[in-house]
Design a protein around this ligand. Structure first.
Ligand code: UDP
Length: 241
């Protein structure tokens, strides 16, 4: 781990295949390693670039995986190609399926109350062997009760959907209190619960998932403006190489 990292505008990504990554996670669960997974897309790379504190949190994480197609394109453009995209959502599905096989303890934190309820319900009906030790929506005022609950329930896996950078700050602050696989999963519970649909597979394959999300949620346009800025910075960086 931490070897073979690829630097994209200051964020250092792990360059492994999804299969290798899954193997590392199984090994981590076997020995109960405390692990923090971050899944940056171009927007997160830019906010890390503008915020050294956030950048340190991201780069100090145990796994930094390329969530967006923009990261893969950026890596190609800089002459340091990566194996491929590994999304937060697919990682969440892998962790839930693995927990279901092993009977691992899982804690869900984040998203709207109805979304977290629906996510918990899906786990209880579809992944019956998961030991769902607790869940809470992401609209709480005080961290304390939540953290006490997590420490008390001792989950093996903590899935945190508070949006970025809130979820990364939260995990970074509290992860030492409970050894587990901690991951910030952004809007994944919205999809997992069936509240929002992910793009069809062929759209994912051609690298247009971002466009699908924009078409479904035009209010994301402000956030999407990060992409041209990111591509411009990649071009500049390539020239300076
Ligand atoms: N969210 C939350 N608490 C907050 C702010 C956001 O639980 O204070 C949730 C929100 O309901 C959504 C997720 O965090 O489920 C963020 O989703 P977004 O689409 O912004 O994430 P992305 O996948 O784009 O990173």
């Amino acid at each position: 781990m931490r070897k073979n990292r690829i630097d994209i505008l200051g964020t250092k990504f792990d360059n492994f295949t999804e299969k290798q990554f899954h193997k590392y996670l199984i090994d981590d669960l076997d020995v109960k390693n405390n692990r923090f997974i971050v899944t940056p897309n171009p927007e997160i790379v830019l906010s890390a670039r503008e915020n050294p504190k956030f950048s340190n949190i991201v780069n100090d994480a145990d796994y930094v995986i390329p969530d967006g197609i923009g990261i893969i394109k950026g890596a190609n453009s800089l002459g340091t190609p990566m194996h491929g995209r590994i999304t937060g959502f697919d990682t969440l599905m892998f962790l839930i399926k693995t927990a279901n096989k092993r009977g691992s303890k899982v804690y869900l934190l984040g998203s709207k109350p109805e979304v977290i309820e629906a996510s918990a319900k899906r786990i209880k009906t579809e992944f019956k062997n998961v030991d769902l030790v607790g869940y809470h929506d992401g609209y709480f005022k005080d961290d304390q009760n939540i953290v006490v609950d997590i420490v008390d329930k001792k989950p093996d896996i903590v899935l945190v959907a508070l949006g970025s950078p809130k979820q990364e700050y939260f995990i970074n602050k509290y992860k030492e209190l409970n050894p587990a696989i901690w991951i910030g999963v952004g809007g994944s519970f919205d999809v997992f619960s069936g509240t929002k649909k992910r793009a069809p597979k062929f759209i994912q394959k051609i690298g247009m998932e971002w466009f699908y999300r924009l078409a479904k949620e035009p209010s994301r346009i402000g956030r999407m403006m990060a992409i041209p800025k990111y591509m411009h910075l990649i071009k500049k960086e390539r020239k300076n190489k």
